[in-house]
Ligand binder design. Structure first.
Ligand SMILES: NC(=O)c1ccc[n+]([C@@H]2O[C@H](COP(=O)([O-])OP(=O)(O)OC[C@H]3O[C@@H](n4cnc5c(N)ncnc54)[C@H](OP(=O)(O)O)[C@@H]3O)[C@@H](O)[C@H]2O)c1
Length: 199
């Protein structure tokens, strides 16, 4: 009798390999699902510049000229995702440094250099599937609709009085905590986090 153990039949070896491959695939699917859940639950942020009276715009632009603040905005959104109304994209689209711009529009289906969504919800869903930060980026109508679901706001408060025809929605400061604040000559910058319910 030989001392060597008899090799497992070929069919058994194949089924063991198949089983191991199946387990590996199942584990991989689990990891992918977790990653997707993390992405779907990612914070929604908002970025805006406004006066103390909540003016954000005048006609087809901003009523003020504060290059330092605009530079800070472009730096913040660089490489990230922004969600904008169709009007705001027409105004600021050519300046954007974001990796992805998602434009909300009922009237337009395609825009060169941007993804178009027919509703704000669809835009937020699409944004959450991409990597990086997702910023609600105006204008008035989009800020109004998105504010209730935003977790963080980065607001630049422009000093001085300016006439305008577009406004940031009123919000209750008690619902928010200022977690960071910087003072500059022409504006004050604040980062707000939504206060957890009951806190
Ligand atoms: N200071 C700041 O930080 C800042 C930032 C951004 C903008 N702004 C200012 O904001 C002003 C523009 O605001 P706005 O309210 O007039 O325009 P907007 O919000 O930029 O865009 C309005 C358009 O977005 C689309 N839209 C809005 N809600 C939608 C929904 N639920 N589903 C589908 N589409 C939707 C519609 O496009 P369609 O008509 O194509 O259907 C609508 O006409 C300008 O003065 C601009 O300078 C200021």
């Amino acid at each position: 009798m030989s001392s060597q153990s008899t090799p497992a039949p070929l069919v058994h070896r194949h089924s063991r390999r198949l089983l191991a491959a199946g387990r590996l695939l199942a584990r991989l699917a689990g990891v992918l699902l977790q990653v997707r859940e993390i992405q779907l639950s990612r914070d929604l942020k908002l970025i805006a510049a406004m006066t103390a009276d909540r003016v954000i715009g005048l006609g087809d632009g901003l009523p003020w000229h504060v290059p330092a603040e605009y530079g800070r905005y472009l730096q913040t959104i660089a490489g990230q995702t922004v969600i904008m109304g169709r009007r705001s994209f027409e105004i600021f689209g050519s300046d954007l440094t974001s990796r992805c711009a998602i434009v909300v529009s009922r009237s337009v289906k395609r825009i060169v250099g941007a993804a178009v969504c027919p509703s704000l919800d669809a835009a937020v869903r699409q944004g959450s599937l991409l990597g990086g930060e997702v910023f609600i980026n105006g204008g008035q109508s989009i800020y109004e609709q998105a504010l209730p679901q935003v977790d963080e706001m980065q607001l630049s408060i422009i000093k001085g009085r300016y006439a305008g025809d577009a406004y940031f929605p009123a919000f209750d400061e008690a619902d928010w905590v200022v977690i960071e604040q910087c003072e500059y000559d022409q504006y004050q910058w604040r980062r707000y986090r939504r206060r957890p319910p009951g806190a």
